[in-house]
Design a protein around this ligand. Structure first.
Ligand code: SAH
Ligand code: SF4
Ligand code: F3S
Length: 450
């Protein structure tokens, strides 16, 4: 029998956390492809195991630690030569401890070290291990060309990294460093190159995306206008924005940029002014609601989503009810809601919290129930309307093949193709919305978008 020579190596990677981390994972894989590593879905056959970690809440942390424990068993019993590395926000914050504590861990790397991944892997291949790359160089310009591993009509593009806000509960400024923006000219040529490879929808990314450009005297709204003008681009999104940095010129861009999606994710966190103050958010609930009013005036189709934290230390019943009242006034299309999780090194971690965990859980449940009711109401008015989707993939639901794509307002809609063999991947289609619940939207295909 002819011997098959395997030239490529396998990497298995587990990603936790936000869009930024998933985008970083794509960059890690793209870098590693230069060393001939290809992605494997099977951890047992991996030559390299990586974790891209998230530290935002205790739950994300614990999930990572339990996966790391499983790898210890694997490395010991089955595949002694496998290389194990940890990157991302946990590695940035506690990489040294990780390296010391976990014998099966070869290296750790911080959030600003992704482009050095190949050097690290080669060091381990050459017999070195137990090292960490976690430095930041704040004097360096933020210049980074987007790397894509799989051809796709959608792309994420980093425009700003880090965060200067230091909300009192949040670990991100510690794990991602200070804000640093790319230059508009570089971003524009990056997106033009992406368009040349077939990209049609771009999401501009940042922890605090609308603080973009301050150090270079550039405005986020001007960047949106310039990206909107790029020939070949069909849809533009951005995430995540902070209410404090929503300016009038940005609101105006939502009426002038025809490619800008009908969606804004604008985390409010709480409806109580006293809690917002303790969180260090720098806006009041009425200011937040004013922003929504103005943005809905600029684009009446716009759909708003948000994040809520319940049970911030010593949140009173009244303060909690103010959040409920804000939910009813803001009428979000969906929310991510969380119980406050104390994070090491943050201001809020040090507050002596009298509020019981059982009460926090009850409040979270209440928020979710009220939001679900609002969502049912909002989404029922979506039924019967026409939506344009960029098709992302297919699957089977109770044996029936369905394609799915996101509308401009970021709702995921499924539709049945005329024939099982049709290929809609990456195509733009129009659908009529048949049903829309908080959990799923179904449409019927009208045809390809003209
Ligand atoms: N930069 C974004 C949010 C990034 S983190 C912003 O400022 O809005 C994503 C979400 O995680 C936050 O909006 C917040 O709702 C939640 N979060 C962050 N730290 C948290 C903590 N310590 N406990 C619970 N939720 C937290
Ligand atoms: Fe965290 Fe606040 Fe920065 Fe968002 S703005 S990343 S919540 S510190
Ligand atoms: Fe988590 Fe880091 Fe993102 S803490 S939410 S992966 S920036």
């Amino acid at each position: 029998m002819k011997k098959i020579i395997e030239s490529s190596k396998k990497v298995w990677i587990k990603t936790f956390g936000c869009q930024m981390n998933y985008h970083d994972t794509e960059r890690i894989l793209s870098n590693l492809s230069e060393l001939n590593y290809e992605l494997s879905k099977n951890i047992e056959e991996a030559d390299l195991i990586l974790f891209n970690t998230c530290a935002i809440r205790d739950l994300a942390n614990s999930k990572f630690y339990s996966s790391l424990g499983e790898v210890k068993v694997l490395k010991k019993r089955e595949n002694k030569s496998v290389i194990v590395g940890v990157g991302g926000c946990v590695a940035q914050i506690e990489g040294n401890d990780l390296i010391k504590k976990y014998k099966h861990l070869d290296f750790a790397f911080g959030t600003d070290q992704i482009d050095n991944i190949n050097k690290m892997v080669e060091r381990v291949q050459n017999g070195d291990s137990k090292f960490i790359y976690d430095s930041y160089d704040p004097s360096q310009d933020y210049s980074i060309e987007t790397k894509i591993i799989n051809k796709s009509p959608q792309a994420f593009v980093n425009i700003i990294k880090g965060c200067n806000n230091f909300c009192t509960y949040c670990i991100v400024p510690f794990s991602r460093g200070r804000e640093k923006s790319r230059r508009s000219s570089e971003i524009l040529s990056d997106i033009k190159n992406l368009i040349a490879t077939g990209v049609q929808e771009v999401t501009l990314l940042g922890q605090n995306v609308n603080a973009f450009g301050k150090e270079n005297n550039e405005r986020f709204s001007d960047l949106l206008l310039a990206v909107n003008d790029l020939i070949g681009l069909k849809r533009l999104r951005y995430t995540t924005s902070h209410p404090y940095f929503i300016s009038d010129d940005l609101i105006k861009a939502h009426s002038t940029c025809d490619k800008l999606s009908d969606h804004l994710h604008l985390p409010v966190q709480s409806g109580s002014d006293s809690v917002l103050k303790r969180m260090g958010r720098r806006y009041t609930s009425s200011h937040y609601l004013e922003i929504l009013e103005k943005i809905r005036e600029a684009n009446p189709r716009i759909v708003i989503t948000s994040d809520i934290i319940v049970g911030f230390p010593n949140e009173t019943e009244n303060e909690f009810l103010e959040t409920i009242s804000l939910l009813e006034k803001a009428r979000f299309d969906s929310i991510y809601s969380y119980k406050f999780s104390p994070r090491p090194g943050t201001v809020a971690e040090k507050i002596v919290d009298e509020l019981l965990m059982s009460e926090k859980s009850k409040r979270l449940q209440t928020v979710q129930q009220i939001q679900e009711k609002i969502q049912v109401e909002i989404r029922s008015s979506f039924v019967g309307s026409k939506a344009t989707l960029l098709v992302e993939g297919a699957g089977r639901m109770r044996g029936v093949k369905k394609w799915k794509g996101r509308s401009s307002c970021n709702r995921l809609i499924h539709f049945v193709p005329p024939s099982e063999n049709d290929d809609f991947l990456g195509k733009w289609v129009d659908v009529e919305v048949l049903s829309a619940t908080p959990f799923s939207c179904q449409g019927s295909l009208i045809g390809l978008t003209c």
